[in-house]
Design a protein around this ligand. Structure first.
Ligand code: FEO
Ligand code: CA
Ligand code: CA
Ligand code: CA
Length: 602
C-alpha cells in the first residue's frame, strides 16, 4: 500500500498557521462564536454585568471566572444544559485599580473583593439552545439554571463522610461543606450528571504561622504530615483573612473537605451536590468516565502535581438502569487504583484498599476513610510511578486511555524512567494505555508513548512526532483532551510560563492515533494572547465543539515579545473578546461549528 501522507489524514481541515495575537483564530470553514463571557447573566433575575460596580450577589447569578471544563447534558437535539467549571480568579485583571497583588499581604483585597472572588469560583449550569441558523445561545429562563460557588452547600458520601477528620465548628457532623473550589477539568457520567474535579484546593488556605523564610510552618499542626504532602496551606488567596474556615490556625480540618470529585445534577437545581470521597482526595485534574466491557463504571483521574500519580476508579457493580442516577452507589462503592508504569511497557493498577498490603493501622491508615482523605500518602506506600504532572486522562470505548503529562521542569536526569523519559521536561508528553482485553476495568495493561512534545527542529528538546507534523502542528504542554464520536483525539494546551519558549499561543490540536500517521498533529484553533485553552467538548453528534478560553491576557504576557508587561485591569495585553476600552479581557466559552453545518472534521 502507498504510504499515508498528511493529505490522507482523517482530520480533514486546512491547518491553521501558528502565531500569537490579541484575537482567537479557527481553521478555515468553521465558525468560532462567543457563547458566554465572565459576568454574563445566566439566570432569569440576574443583573446585567457592571464591571465597575461588581458585587458578590450579582456575581453569584452571573457566569463565573476562568472557565475550564465544559460538559453538556442534552435534553433533546439542539437543547441542553451546559456545565462549566470556574477554576480560579485573576484579581489584577478583574478589579479596577487593584494592580498585581503581593501574595504575602494582599493589601488591596477587601472583604467585598474576596467575596466576589468566591462567587466567581465553582461552576455554572444553564440551558443553551441551537437556533434555526445553527448558532447556539443561552436561555436564561430555564428555572434549573444555577451557579455553584465557594459558598454552595455540598454533602459528602463514601468512606470519609461524617468522619471526625471532616468535622469543623460549623459542621460538627462532618457532612456538609460550603463550596467547591479550583474546579479544573471534569466529566459527564453516563447518566448525564456533571462531575467537577477539585484541583489546587491547597492554595486557598491561610496560616499566620510562618517559618524563618516566610513560608507556612505546619509542624505544630496535628495533621502536619498530611498537610505537608498536600501543600496545605498555599496562601495563594486572601480568603482566610476574612473567612475563618480558610484559616487552618482556626479550622485545621477544613482542608480535608476539599480535593474531591463533586457530582451535580444539571436538571435539578434543588439537588445538593455531592463530594464523592471514595474517589480519593488529591489535586484532581478531571474525571472522565467510561463503561468497561464488563459493564462497570470507570473514571480516570490524574493528580496534577510534579511527581504525582495517575488514578482510576472502578465501580463494584455494573452500570444498570436502576443505578444510573444522581448520587449513584457507582460513585461510592468500588475500588480506587493508582498506576505503576513499568519500564517494560506494562501498567499495573494498584488497589488502594484498607487492610491490603501496607495500607494498615500500623502505617497510619485506620480505615478506608483515611485512605480517602490521605490518598497521596497511601499511594506513596504502594510504589506508584511519579509522573510529569498528570493532567486530563481520556478513555475511549475500546479499552484505550490517553494520559496528558503536561511538563515537569524539576525532574532530574537520575529521576528519568521509561514513562517519564526526559529530564527537565518543559513540553510534556502523552501516554497511550491499552487495558488488558480492551476492558477499562482491568488491573493491568500495556502503555506506550504517543508523542513527546515540543519543537522537533530543536534537537535538545528531544521531541517525537510523526514526521508529517508541520511547524504549525507541534505543541507543548498538553492539558485537556477529548475524543469525538469517530474516536479521534483532540488536545488543548496550557503552556503557562513556558509560553515564551515556543512563541505560540495555546490552542487546540487534532492528533492522529492510528496507522502510519500516528503522532501527526494539526493546529485547529488558537487562543488570544495570554489565554490558555480548556474544554474541549464535542456535542450534537460532533456538529458542535465547546472550547473555553481561560484567563485571556495574562499568562506569560510579561515575557513574550510585544507584550512586555503584566496585564492589569487598566492595561491588559488584550481586551478579548469585547475589544471595548471599558472592559478588561473576559474568559469566555467559544462554540465551534462547521460553516456547512456538517460534523466537525469528518
Ligand atoms: Fe488546572 Fe491541571 O490544570
Ligand atoms: Ca487542566
Ligand atoms: Ca477531557
Ligand atoms: Ca490548565
Amino acid at each position: 500500500a502507498a504510504a499515508q501522507t498528511a493529505a490522507d489524514s482523517r482530520y480533514v481541515f486546512n491547518e491553521l498557521a501558528w502565531g500569537n495575537d490579541v484575537n482567537h483564530h479557527i481553521a478555515e470553514g468553521y465558525n468560532a462564536d462567543i457563547l458566554v463571557r465572565w459576568g454574563d447573566p445566566i439566570t432569569a433575575d440576574a443583573p446585567e454585568f457592571d464591571v465597575m460596580n461588581q458585587t458578590a450577589e450579582a456575581q453569584s447569578q452571573q457566569f463565573g471566572y476562568n472557565n475550564d471544563y465544559v460538559g453538556f447534558a442534552e435534553i433533546e437535539p439542539g437543547r441542553g444544559m451546559l456545565c462549566v467549571n470556574h477554576e480560579y480568579t485573576n484579581e489584577e485583571v478583574m478589579f479596577p485599580g487593584l494592580g498585581r497583588q503581593d501574595r504575602a499581604g494582599f493589601e488591596g483585597m477587601t472583604e467585598e473583593l474576596v467575596n466576589i472572588e468566591m462567587a466567581a469560583h465553582g461552576g455554572s449550569v444553564f440551558e443553551i439552545v441551537k437556533g434555526d441558523d445553527g448558532r447556539w445561545s443561552v436561555n436564561r429562563n430555564n428555572p434549573a439554571n444555577r451557579r455553584i460557588t465557594a459558598n454552595t452547600p455540598i454533602t459528602f458520601d463514601g468512606p470519609a463522610a461524617g468522619h471526625p477528620r471532616l468535622r469543623t465548628s460549623a459542621d460538627p457532623a462532618g457532612m456538609t461543606v460550603l463550596g467547591t473550589i479550583n474546579n479544573c477539568a471534569g466529566g459527564m457520567t453516563p447518566w448525564g450528571t456533571y462531575l467537577m474535579a477539585e484541583e489546587n484546593f491547597h492554595g486557598y488556605f491561610w496560616t499566620d504561622v510562618l517559618d524563618g523564610e516566610g513560608d507556612p510552618d505546619v509542624s505544630a499542626q496535628p495533621e502536619a504530615a498530611s498537610m505537608e504532602r498536600y501543600g496545605v496551606p498555599g496562601r495563594w488567596y486572601a480568603w482566610g483573612q476574612y473567612h475563618d474556615r480558610f484559616n487552618i490556625d482556626r479550622e485545621p480540618n477544613e482542608p480535608n473537605r476539599f480535593g474531591y470529585i463533586v457530582e451535580v445534577d444539571p436538571l435539578n437545581p434543588d439537588a445538593m451536590p455531592i463530594k464523592h470521597t471514595a474517589l480519593g482526595r488529591f489535586r484532581h485534574e478531571g474525571a472522565e468516565t467510561t463503561i468497561a466491557s464488563d459493564g462497570r463504571l470507570v473514571i480516570y483521574s490524574g493528580d496534577d502535581n510534579r511527581f504525582d500519580y495517575q488514578y482510576k476508579w472502578v465501580s463494584a457493580e455494573p452500570v444498570t438502569e436502576e443505578n444510573s442516577h444522581f448520587g449513584s452507589t457507582l460513585l461510592s462503592e468500588g475500588t480506587l487504583y493508582v498506576a505503576r508504569f513499568d519500564d517494560n511497557g506494562t501498567v499495573h493498577w494498584l488497589p488502594l484498599v484498607h487492610g491490603q498490603g501496607p495500607l494498615t493501622a500500623e502505617n497510619g491508615f485506620e480505615s478506608q476513610a483515611d485512605i480517602a482523605i490521605d490518598t497521596r500518602l497511601a499511594a506513596d506506600l504502594l510504589g506508584a510511578t511519579p509522573m510529569d504532572r498528570p493532567e486530563d486522562a481520556q478513555p475511549r470505548g475500546d479499552g484505550t486511555a490517553y494520559i496528558m503529562l503536561t511538563n515537569n521542569s524539576r525532574r532530574a536526569p537520575e529521576q528519568v524512567d521509561a514513562a517519564n523519559p526526559r529530564p527537565e521536561s518543559n513540553f510534556g508528553h502523552i501516554i497511550e494505555i491499552k487495558e488488558e482485553g480492551g476492558n477499562h476495568s482491568a488491573e493491568f495493561g500495556t502503555w506506550s508513548i504517543l508523542v513527546l512534545c515540543g519543537d522537533p527542529e530543536i534537537e535538545e528538546v528531544g521531541a517525537q512526532w510523526n514526521p508529517e507534523t508541520s511547524e504549525n502542528g507541534w505543541f507543548g504542554s498538553p492539558d485537556n483532551c477529548a475524543i469525538d464520536n469517530a474516536g479521534r483525539l483532540w488536545i488543548s494546551t496550557d503552556q503557562g510560563g513556558n509560553w515564551g519558549r515556543t512563541g505560540k499561543s495555546d490552542g487546540l490540536y487534532s492528533l492522529e492515533t492510528e496507522g502510519e500517521l500516528r503522532g501527526h498533529s494539526k493546529l485547529f484553533f488558537r487562543c488570544p494572547v495570554g489565554g490558555e485553552l480548556c474544554g474541549p467538548y464535542f456535542a450534537d453528534e460532533s456538529r458542535t465543539l465547546f472550547l473555553a478560553v481561560q484567563h485571556p491576557g495574562t499568562d506569560g504576557t510579561s515575557d513574550f515579545a510585544g507584550f512586555e508587561r503584566d496585564s492589569t485591569f487598566e492595561d491588559p495585553a488584550t481586551r478579548w473578546p469585547d475589544f471595548d476600552d471599558n472592559m478588561p479581557p473576559r474568559p469566555s466559552v467559544v462554540v465551534v461549528t462547521k460553516e456547512d453545518g456538517e460534523p466537525i472534521a469528518v
